[in-house]
Design a protein around this ligand. Structure first.
Ligand SMILES: Nc1nc2c(ncn2[C@@H]2O[C@H](COP(=O)(O)OP(=O)(O)OP(=O)(O)O)[C@@H](O)[C@H]2O)c(=O)[nH]1
Ligand SMILES: [Mg+2]
Ligand SMILES: [Zn+2]
Length: 312
């Protein structure tokens, strides 16, 4: 039988198959995707084949069908463990908050680079705009400007007030969408605003000040009443990137990709080479310095976040 993984707890997988039936399945202990060292062999969004256990209502996954994409992270840059967040995604929403909690541009850029690598389009949602004061609003405008300039669609939203929810609905309709971001940014709250009938659990106001508090504990794919699916995920503290080469990483910064063939050297890393078009564009204010500094951190395997610096 064939179905799609809509929830995974690590040991059990909920498989949605014909006529909207959900079957709980196990996966064989020795099951491994060829050449993939990940903590989870199978993720939400995977299309799988499974066999029913004789005389039981549970099944066993026998095969994972080829993915058209998936998004993988390491728990930190230094860790070797890789985790597949979700598979077969049409669109990723990265939920960002300026405060409570604060999202750094380093985190955003590691997420964006990874999504570019797997060819997953990203929309950045700046949530909790109802909480902004003059200072956070100023910071937000600079941050949003940086990502608009890099070519990303950015939308200001408020799960509390309902600002721009219709815009998210229009983008999500008939697609499989991922909702990702730190714990407490309001992923589940936004999904509840998009589809109130889902009644997802959200954190208490006091919770999101506590580090490591996770309200959503497992990734889950949810059907939207107007068509399409949203995958709600547990908040991630750090987005460690899997290893890419320096050349690849330039390619995953769209504003650099567009310009890198103008560098003097074909294999320019845009770090110290003369006649570098990227460095010139940063000096001329065409490419954001914050993005460029994050790029340098990524190619040098550093995990420093720009939030201690001024956004440029
Ligand atoms: N003021 C305000 N609060 C919000 C908004 N969106 C979410 N919250 C609050 O932020 C807290 C966290 O929201 P959740 O939806 O549980 O966050 P989450 O991203 O799903 O968190 P995890 O499941 O832990 O990853 C809750 O107390 C929400 O009520 C918003 O737009 N404005
Ligand atoms: Mg949640
Ligand atoms: Zn260069």
């Amino acid at each position: 039988m064939e179905g799609i993984v809509i929830k995974s707890t690590g040991s059990w997988y909920s498989i949605l198959h014909s006529a909207n039936i959900i079957t709980e399945c196990r996966i064989r202990g020795n099951f491994r995707m060829k050449g993939m060292k990940t903590t989870n062999p199978c993720a939400v969004g995977d299309k799988v084949l499974f066999d029913m256990m004789p005389n039981e209502s549970i099944g066993v996954i026998t095969e994972i069908k080829e993915r058209f994409n998936c998004i993988i992270r390491k728990s930190t840059n230094l860790s070797k463990q890789r985790h597949i967040i979700a598979a077969n995604i049409d669109l990723a929403f990265l939920i960002v908050t300026i405060a409570s909690p604060r999202t750094s541009t380093g985190f955003i850029d590691r997420f964006l680079v990874t999504s570019e690598a797997y060819r997953i389009p990203v929309v950045i949602l700046f949530n909790k705009i109802d909480l902004y004061d003059v200072q956070t609003n100023q910071y937000h405008n600079i941050m949003k400007g940086i990502y608009l300039n890099a070519g990303y669609n950015c939308i200001d939203v408020s799960a509390k007030r309902g600002d721009n929810i219709e815009e998210i609905k229009a983008l999500a309709k008939d697609k499989t969408c991922l909702f990702s971001g730190h714990s407490g940014v309001g992923k589940s709250a936004l999904i509840n605003k998009i589809a109130p009938e889902l009644k997802l659990r959200t954190g208490d106001i006091s919770d999101y000040h506590q580090k490591g508090k996770h309200t959503t504990t497992f990734a889950e794919m949810l059907a939207l009443p107007f068509g399409g699916y949203i995958i709600d995920t547990p908040g991630i503290k750090e987005f460690g990137m899997v290893n890419f080469t320096k050349e690849e990483i330039t390619h995953f910064f769209p504003e650099m990709r567009a310009m890198s063939n103008q560098c003097h050297f074909d294999n320019c890393t845009h770090e110290h080479e003369p006649k570098c078009a990227i460095k010139k564009a940063v000096n001329d204010g065409i490419i954001s310095e914050t993005r460029y500094l994050n790029y340098l951190n990524i190619i040098n395997g550093k995990e420093i976040d720009v939030e201690e610096w001024e956004l440029k």
